[in-house]
Every structure is written in structure tokens, then in C-alpha cells.
Design a protein around this ligand. Structure first.
Ligand code: PGA
Length: 252
């Protein structure tokens, strides 16, 4: 069975010095956590500090965002090649906070995915419905739109290097985790859609992870479901203790 993928998304938290302290504590707690694939996504400014400590270890580096152009007059932006050279293997794309605060659309998300795949960075494509959409019975439609438009012109071969993160917006940072059944239902939908878009069998090799108020308390029941290939953790990834517990409890 494939290892579970555990991703810590620090968002706009931790200076390089704070990041270094965190990583040392994490390594002490779960230094030998080889049974999971463990990814840390610090802010851009802490990538180097985390890379210096973790390179060659079981902790993999990821970024939280990328711009789709290779280089040029795009003040404030960072390209996929830059992330790659900074030691990143993964990049989160289309997080709901980027869609909400920075105007990202399925179209820009798709361009970012393309630029990441061009340099063999693994994109973690975030998709998921908001509260009103769920209440109006539109969750399936929103997930389908995010998925189809986000993956526009991404080939079957390229799909091997894409991770999908189902993150219901109403569960992010709210303490309201989706029930295992709610998460499972959407994960099954995503696998079905992937098979429809790419033909059978693609879903068996694609990781679909869950994000939204994951904690040490709910990690085991989420990962008990074989459809949930891992988790994207925000708040609970900021403290070495809680993140270590999540990692330890992810290992069966
Ligand atoms: P949360 O965030 O774990 O704090 O809900 C998850 C995310 O935004 O990826």
C-alpha cells in the first residue's frame, strides 16, 4: 500500500529562525517516521532555513504558491524553477485562501499547475466547496468544476505527478472537520471523475488527500479510510507537538 502523505501548510507563519527551531523539535520527535511521506510547506522566506536542516532527511520541502511565468517583470512573484532550485519537491496550488484573498481562478490555477509540472514539481491541487455551496447541494458541482478546469490539458502521464487535496472551505481553520463519511463521499467522486477524464486506473495511482481542521484527535479515523491518501494540515502543523502526534498516529 502507498504511504500516507502528510503535508504541513504553515501559511504566513514562522520566521526562518522559528522554522529552524520547529524542524529540530520535529526531527527529535519523529526522526524515523519513514512510514509516511512527510512534506513541510513554510513561507518562501523560510524555505532555505528548512532546506538546510532537512536536506537528505525524510522531511520533504514544499512551497505554498508559485507564479506561472518562467521569469520577467512580475514584482513579488516566484517561479517554479526558482522553487525547484530552492529544494522544493511539492507546491500547493489553488488553496482556498488564495482563491478568496488573491483572486485565483480555476484558469490561473491551471496555469500554475502547468508551470509546476514543466519543472517536475509535484502540484498539490486544492479543490473544495464553500459553506453556502454545500448547503445549496452544490458541493459535487463545485468539486467537479475545480477538478476539470484545474486539470485542463494536463495529460494522463502528467497526472501521475499530481496530488489532489479536497479541502471543504467551511472546514478550514474553523475546527469543523468534515465527517469521515462526508470526506469519503467527495473522495470517491474525485476518483470517479479522474477515471472519467483520464480513463480507468488513473485513480488507483492518484493521491487524494483531505484538508480542513485535521488534528491529532481526528487523524486516525480520517486515515482509516483507504480513499483518504493523506492530509493537508494547517493550524495543527504549527506546533511541533501536535504535528508530531499527527505523524505518529498516521502510521498504522
Ligand atoms: P486547517 O487548514 O488545518 O487550519 O483547517 C488547512 C489548510 O488550510 O490547508
Amino acid at each position: 500500500m502507498q504511504k500516507k502523505l502528510i503535508v504541513g501548510n504553515w501559511k504566513m507563519n514562522k520566521t526562518p529562525a522559528e522554522a529552524a527551531i520547529f524542524v529540530r523539535a520535529l526531527q527529535k520527535n519523529v526522526g524515523a517516521a519513514n512510514e509516511v511521506d512527510l512534506v513541510l510547506c513554510p513561507p518562501f522566506t523560510a524555505l532555505a532555513a528548512v532546506y538546510n536542516i532537512t536536506s537528505g532527511s525524510n522531511i520533504i520541502l514544499g512551497a505554498q504558491n508559485v507564479y506561472w511565468e518562467d521569469s520577467g517583470a512580475y514584482t513579488g512573484e516566484v517561479s517554479a524553477a526558482m522553487l525547484k532550485e530552492a529544494g522544493c519537491k511539492y507546491v500547493i496550488i489553488g488553496h482556498s485562501e488564495r482563491r478568496k484573498y488573491f483572486g485565483e481562478t480555476n484558469e490561473t490555477v491551471n496555469k500554475k499547475l502547468r508551470s509546476a509540472l514543466n519543472v517536475e514539481l509535484i502540484p498539490i491541487l486544492c479543490i473544495g466547496e464553500g459553506l453556502t455551496e454545500r448547503e445549496n447541494g452544490e458541493a459535487f458541482r463545485v468539486v467537479e468544476d475545480h477538478l476539470r478546469e484545474g486539470l485542463n490539458e494536463i495529460s494522463k502521464e502528467e497526472m501521475q505527478g499530481v496530488v489532489i487535496a479536497y479541502e471543504p472551505v467551511w472546514a478550514i481553520g474553523t475546527g469543523k472537520v468534515a465527517t469521515t463519511n462526508e470526506a469519503k463521499e467527495i473522495h470517491l467522486l474525485i476518483y470517479e471523475l479522474l477515471d472519467k477524464i483520464y480513463g480507468k486506473n488513473i485513480s488507483s495511482s492518484t493521491r487524494v488527500i483531505y484538508g480542513g481542521s485535521v488534528t491529532p484527535e481526528n487523524i486516525s479515523s480520517l486515515l482509516d479510510e483507504s480513499e483518504i491518501s493523506g492530509v493537508l494540515v494547517g493550524g495543527a502543523s504549527l506546533k511541533a507537538d501536535s504535528f508530531s502526534q499527527i505523524i505518529v498516529r498516521s502510521v498504522k
